[in-house]
Write a protein that binds this ligand. Structure first.
Ligand code: HEC
Ligand code: HEC
Ligand code: HEC
Ligand code: HEC
Ligand code: HEC
Ligand code: HEC
Ligand code: HEC
Ligand code: HEC
Ligand code: HEC
Length: 411
């Protein structure tokens, strides 16, 4: 215990101008129970301590006094630990004060308290619900770190867990009757796998879609549009499709209705199947819309087929040592068209998909033909080579016999 007290004392003494006077808050608290030891230990690594702030910067009181009652008297401005309802104001004392914050970091936003109250968390807190997240639920009090620090509770890879500690808690969420599977579904989604397995920080986490302080991320009007921040063409095509207006009227989510919001998996052309595809959720089997789905599925399958055939034949030709550079260019173009066709299905028009896919199919077929020609060429050369070597063998034998003949006529 004494050791902890000493290290804390030392760190307080070296923490900067605000700690130049011996901080009695820390000195006394280091002699209290385990909980206080833990607070002091954690605080050693807190961004606020690093910036020269101390206990009294947040909690108020007089850090120069060693008497508990006097140091922690309301007269000395002591506010103690904030209730959840008071939390935004408690942090906002500094974080909503541009003049104060500018002295430390002019580029740090000062809108957290304001925007927080636009979120579901903030609105419910205002209405008296203390189960929601306030500042210190996402930023853990006494061990607050900037978002770019990998040990921070709000570092990109730690965010799903930070949200999940409440949103996966069945008991806590029971009164609200909302699902508690977001973290589990997200973790096994294309996005979660990209982040956790490939380390791809371009993939969205909870706060990319939901916003961290505000209701939705800056620049997005509502959650219906979040996917379009990254999947720009998909959203653009959907918005110009005949489904945009009727969907908006019915409040269908323009992407999640087909792809889900958290359990997003790699989509295939099978989703367009007239037997069990996604379109069947709303359109009847004999409808013109299912005919569109079917036509788009066939087109996607054709280009994938053509692309794969070209790939197989190009690789086979290259294995024989043939130069396939030109065929590869055509093949690359067909791959590009294949990806563009998958995006083009969001026009929900067979003609729009064909417009992109058809040139791709032609390129794949040309590439495949070139590979086949090269393979035939190789075969011809082999036959040619065979004939030539037969002929040479024949010549050698004839010459040999001639020599033999000559030798025996000499002898
Ligand atoms: C001489 C000892 C002493 C000094 C000096 C002291 N405290 Fe305390 N403080 C205590 C004790 C004892 C408690 C009650 C601990 C408990 O209940 O576990 C306490 C409780 C607290 C609490 C929790 C109150 C709550 O509402 O739950 C905070 C916050 C706090 N102190 C901050 C400070 C700050 C800031 C300073 C300096 C300005 C300070 N203390 C100075 C002894 C001290
Ligand atoms: C950046 C602001 C900030 C600073 C600096 C800070 N605290 Fe706190 N402290 C909080 C908040 C917020 C809470 C409430 C945490 C919660 O409810 O989750 C709190 C709670 C407490 C509590 C009550 C804990 C409990 O579980 O009842 C104590 C005691 C305390 N702080 C002591 C300290 C001491 C001692 C220091 C200096 C070493 C300090 N704090 C520095 C923000 C701060
Ligand atoms: C006494 C003023 C003050 C109070 C109260 C305060 N902070 Fe801070 N906070 C600061 C300062 C100063 C910084 C350092 C800014 C910098 O230099 O980047 C900071 C930094 C932060 C950072 C890191 C910002 C970044 O990414 O660089 C977070 C997160 C943060 N505070 C959250 C909180 C939370 C949550 C609370 C309430 C529990 C709180 N702060 C209370 C003054 C305060
Ligand atoms: C629901 C979780 C959550 C709550 C509640 C929350 N924050 Fe944050 N906060 C975050 C996340 C996530 C980031 C990191 C953003 C990023 O990646 O840059 C962040 C970033 C910050 C930053 C760094 C600057 C910035 O705006 O990016 C500060 C300062 C901050 N929060 C203060 C607060 C304060 C003050 C409150 C309460 C009014 C609060 N936060 C409430 C999740 C939260
Ligand atoms: C301290 C617990 C806690 C934490 C941490 C927390 N939340 Fe919440 N959240 C709640 C509660 C409680 C509600 C209210 C549920 C409701 O109204 O349906 C809520 C509501 C929400 C809602 C609105 C749900 C609806 O009904 O439409 C979203 C979205 C949300 N949280 C996202 C997040 C994200 C993202 C994070 C992490 C950055 C997070 N939450 C962290 C407790 C928490
Ligand atoms: C790719 C974007 C995206 C990501 C990432 C994401 N969400 Fe969502 N989330 C949504 C959408 C869209 C909705 C549906 C909103 C609506 O229809 O009002 C939603 C709904 C919710 C709801 C309301 C209840 C429900 O399940 O419908 C909660 C709570 C929630 N998300 C929490 C989280 C948490 C926690 C994480 C991280 C583990 C997360 N979300 C990750 C987009 C996302
Ligand atoms: C922050 C950017 C971002 C946001 C927002 C976003 N995504 Fe993604 N999405 C990505 C990235 C990056 C990948 C690629 C992951 C990988 O490497 O497999 C991806 C992959 C996908 C895939 C799989 C593509 C494939 O061919 O396998 C689908 C489907 C998808 N996202 C749908 C959505 C939906 C629906 C939303 C909104 C609810 C959304 N995304 C929001 C960045 C984003
Ligand atoms: C009516 C159903 C439906 C809607 C609505 C929908 N998609 Fe798709 N999406 C599909 C189908 C079907 C595929 C499969 C095409 C393939 O890859 O074979 C797909 C493929 C994708 C892909 C992978 C192909 C590519 O473009 O890279 C992404 C990413 C994607 N969708 C994102 C979105 C986003 C973002 C939205 C909202 C703007 C959205 N989708 C709306 C049905 C839908
Ligand atoms: C969630 C329900 C839903 C799903 C799923 C859905 N649609 Fe639709 N679609 C509609 C609604 C509603 C309309 C508006 C016209 C109507 O009421 O039929 C519409 C209209 C259309 C139209 C325009 C019809 C016209 O003549 O204006 C096409 C084409 C279409 N859908 C194709 C598809 C395809 C292809 C899929 C699968 C990839 C699909 N839809 C999935 C609900 C859905």
């Amino acid at each position: 215990m004494r050791r902890v007290a000493m290290t804390v004392l030392l760190s307080m003494l070296t923490a900067g101008p605000a700690a130049a006077v011996q901080n009695q808050c820390a000195v006394c608290h280091a002699t209290l129970g385990e909980k206080h030891q833990a607070i002091l230990k954690a605080f050693d690594n807190d961004i606020h301590r690093e910036r020269g702030l101390s206990c009294d910067s947040c909690h108020g009181g007089n850090p120069a006094l060693d008497d508990a009652a006097a140091a922690m008297s309301p007269d000395a401005g002591f506010v103690g630990a904030p209730s959840k309802a008071d939390m935004p104001k408690f942090c906002g004392k500094c974080h909503s004060n541009p003049a104060y914050m500018k002295k430390f970091n002019p580029s740090l936003p000062v809108d957290q308290e304001l925007t927080y109250y636009t979120s579901v968390h903030g609105q419910r807190l205002k209405a008296g619900d203390a189960a929601v997240a306030a500042c210190a639920d996402c930023h853990i009090a006494h061990s607050i770190r900037p978002a770019k620090d990998p040990t921070s509770s709000v570092y990109v890879k730690n965010i799903p867990q930070t949200c999940g500690k409440c949103h996966s808690n069945v008991q806590l969420m029971a009164p609200y009757k909302i699902p508690t599977d977001q973290l589990a579904q997200y973790t096994s989604s294309v996005h979660g796998k990209a982040l956790f397995e490939k380390g791809d920080t371009a993939a969205p986490v909870c706060t990319t879609c939901h916003g961290n302080h505000g209701a939705v991320p800056p620049g997005v009007e509502n959650i219906g549009q979040v996917c379009g921040m990254c999947h720009v063409h998909n959203a653009e095509f959907f918005q110009s499709s005949p489904m945009a207006k009727p969907w908006a009227k019915r409040k269908f989510h323009m992407c999640a209705t087909c792809h889900h919001e958290h359990d997003i998996q790699h989509p295939t052309a099978q989703l367009l199947s007239p037997d069990n595809g996604i379109c069947m959720k709303c359109h009847s089997p004999s409808s013109p819309q299912i005919a569109v789905a079917s036509a788009m599925q066939k087109k996607l399958e054709s280009i994938e087929d053509a692309y794969q055939r070209a790939q197989k034949d190009i690789l086979a030709a290259e294995e024989k040592g043939m130069d396939m550079a030109e065929a590869r260019d055509l093949w690359d173009a067909s791959r590009m068209a294949m990806y563009q066709s998958k995006t083009a299905i969001h026009h929900f028009s067979a003609a729009s998909v064909a417009e992109v896919a058809d040139p791709g199919i032609q390129n794949a077929e040309k590439a495949d033909q070139a590979a086949k020609d090269a393979a035939a060429d190789f075969q011809n050369r082999r036959i040619g080579l065979g004939v030539a070597s037969l002929f040479i063998t024949f010549l050698v034998v004839v010459i040999y016999l001639k020599i033999k003949d000559f030798e025996s006529s000499q002898g």
